[in-house]
Design a protein around this ligand. Structure first.
Ligand code: GLP
Length: 244
């Protein structure tokens, strides 16, 4: 696993954007796997800028997203479809018909069937990842077993707590989500994780331990042949990954 230490969030966003840009320029018709959450927002801003100012071309790129809340309309301002449109797709020259975010409303089984069909066909060149404070990837919550394919998850109380900041009240946070499974994530040709915020526990388990632990799904990153983690110096110092 490659670890890139960034000076701050802005630097992390640029370094992550560099990795994405290289792939998009080399393979302008590829499929990229995208993530929501605050961690990749700066990278999305940087990619949007490079599209506008430096001709980074998304016109033939396809995308598939990690997950979506169950019960939120795509127009809901906390749905992940809305997040992707407002943080990235509305600012780049991607054809929205080529972007896929799983459906959060309607029949869950039907939606999962469609999600799995999309994933079976997609050959994801690089999968962007954040990490939940409990170590979740997408919405693959810690547990004794993890799932291979796309499935429905019951969100952990800690995830509901962490995501409550985006909703008017904790009660409004959906209790379920559909997510790519760990197998879908691991089958991407490359993984790019941006760790931002208070993720000491997950970062320690990922970077300072030698174990693969289903109670911290992020540790599965260690099994991938082409995985990159971008983290800020502050956090790297805090977990003892680097010394002053
Ligand atoms: C949500 C998403 C994850 C994301 C996590 C961390 O739970 N489902 O994919 O990684 O939030 O979010 P943040 O980057 O805001 O800390």
């Amino acid at each position: 696993m490659k670890v890139i230490i960034a000076e701050n969030y802005q630097d992390a966003s640029k370094k992550a954007a560099d990795i994405m840009e290289k792939i998009i320029r080399e393979k302008p018709t590829c499929t990229i796997g995208l993530a929501t959450g605050s961690s990749p927002v700066g990278m999305y801003q940087e990619l949007s800028r490079r599209c506008k100012e430096e001709g980074l071309d998304f016109s033939k790129i396809h995308s598939v997203n990690l997950d979506e809340y169950v019960g939120l309309e795509p127009t809901h301002n906390q749905s992940y479809r809305y997040f992707m449109d407002s943080n990235l797709f509305d600012h780049i020259n991607i054809d929205k018909a080529n972007t896929y975010v799983a459906k959060g409303i309607g029949d869950v089984e039907e939606n999962l069937k469609e999600f799995n069909e999309v994933l079976d066909k997609a050959d994801i060149e690089i999968q962007v990842l954040g990490v939940g404070p409990d170590g979740h990837l997408g919405f693959n919550e810690p547990g004794p077993v993890l799932f291979d394919g796309a499935h429905k998850e019951i969100l952990d109380e800690t995830t509901i707590d962490a995501n409550a900041r985006f909703f008017a009240s904790r009660d409004e946070v959906p209790r379920y989500a559909v997510t790519m499974g760990m197998g879908n994530i691991m089958r991407a040709k490359a993984l790019l994780m941006i760790i931002n915020g208070n993720k000491v526990d997950a970062a320690t388990k990922l970077l300072m331990n030698d174990t693969i632990d289903p109670m911290c799904p992020a540790t599965f990153m260690r099994l991938h042949r082409d995985a990159t983690v971008v983290l800020e110096k502050k956090l790297a110092l805090e977990i003892g990954y680097i010394k002053e």
